[in-house]
Design a protein around this ligand. Structure first.
Ligand code: FES
Length: 274
């Protein structure tokens, strides 16, 4: 076993007494690909969502379909699309204030502090940690014990707020079955909104914080049968959380695209009923 290399930090893989490998890693797989792909996917979503949130156009279609990026529509600007505001209009109409400015910041923070995305950007952007058996370029590692990363603990509070937003999205999806003049109608847009809100619920309820809320700190499952039953089901969903994280990025964009295209008149919403 050779001694530590000269001129390099003598901690971690270069600590005295550890074998000098010489290579950065002996892993031959593309260990960097999954986190990099997830981070790029999240970035694409953020750019798309940002552009749409500030566009302030084409957010309400067929007098009943409200895109999730504008829900709830609480700006005075929502008056440009009568019927789009279900909870009142009280924010000033300004180009720099999204119509759903009340909730978008929390949804954004909920995503950014999600354990799955954290893992991705820790590994692919800051390389701390990079991957198993891949030395990181930093001399020390404190995890999330210090500022600013200790703020990631706020994820549980964003979870509670997101629950409220999911209820609002559900209300939007149900209300979209009523057209102001045609009454009860069913179109492709209804299926799109319903599918999207179902996926949003699956993503939200499979959250690690939700699992902890259901069964965390319980010492005796037998004394809390309801919480135990809920925890068991959430745990099953939780194993698929990364999948829901990915799927909802796509479903949110597709739902918004659908509403935008119908609102612009680029496509017509096919009605099955009404
Ligand atoms: Fe992903 Fe909570 S861990 S949303």
């Amino acid at each position: 076993v050779a001694g530590p290399r000269r001129g390099v930090d003598q901690r971690g893989v270069d600590a005295p007494g550890r074998a000098t490998v010489g290579a950065r890693t002996l892993r031959t797989d593309r260990w960097w690909l999954p986190p990099a792909t997830t981070t790029i996917g999240l970035l694409v979503f953020l750019v798309y969502g940002g552009v749409r949130a500030f566009q302030q156009q084409y957010f309400f279609a067929d007098e009943r379909y409200l895109t999730p990026f504008y829900s709830p529509c609480v700006s005075h600007g929502c008056a440009s699309e009568p019927g789009s505001s279900h909870f009142g209009m009280f924010l000033p109409d300004h180009p720099l204030i999204p119509y759903a400015a009340l909730t978008l910041p929390f949804l954004l923070l909920f995503r950014l502090t999600c354990y799955y995305y954290r893992k991705a950007y820790y590994r692919s952007v800051v390389l701390a940690p990079a991957a198993c058996a891949v030395p990181e370029p930093h001399a020390s590692y404190h995890g999330e014990t210090r500022f600013p990363l200790v703020l990631q603990n706020a994820h549980r509070y964003f979870f509670y707020l997101t629950l409220v937003v999911s209820l609002v999205n559900t209300y939007d999806a149900i209300r979209a079955f009523w057209h102001p003049t045609d009454g009860f109608v069913v179109g492709v847009g209804n299926l799109v909104l319903l599918g999207n809100v179902t996926l949003l619920w699956l993503y939200t309820l499979s959250c690690h914080s939700c699992r902890h809320v259901m069964g965390g700190r319980l010492k005796h499952f037998s004394r809390h049968p309801v919480r135990y039953a809920l925890w068991t089901r959430i745990s099953a969903l939780n194993t698929r959380h990364s999948r829901f994280a990915w799927i909802t990025l796509g479903s949110l964009i597709l739902t918004d695209l659908y509403v935008m295209l119908v609102a612009r008149g680029a496509i017509t919403d096919l009605r099955f009923l009404g």
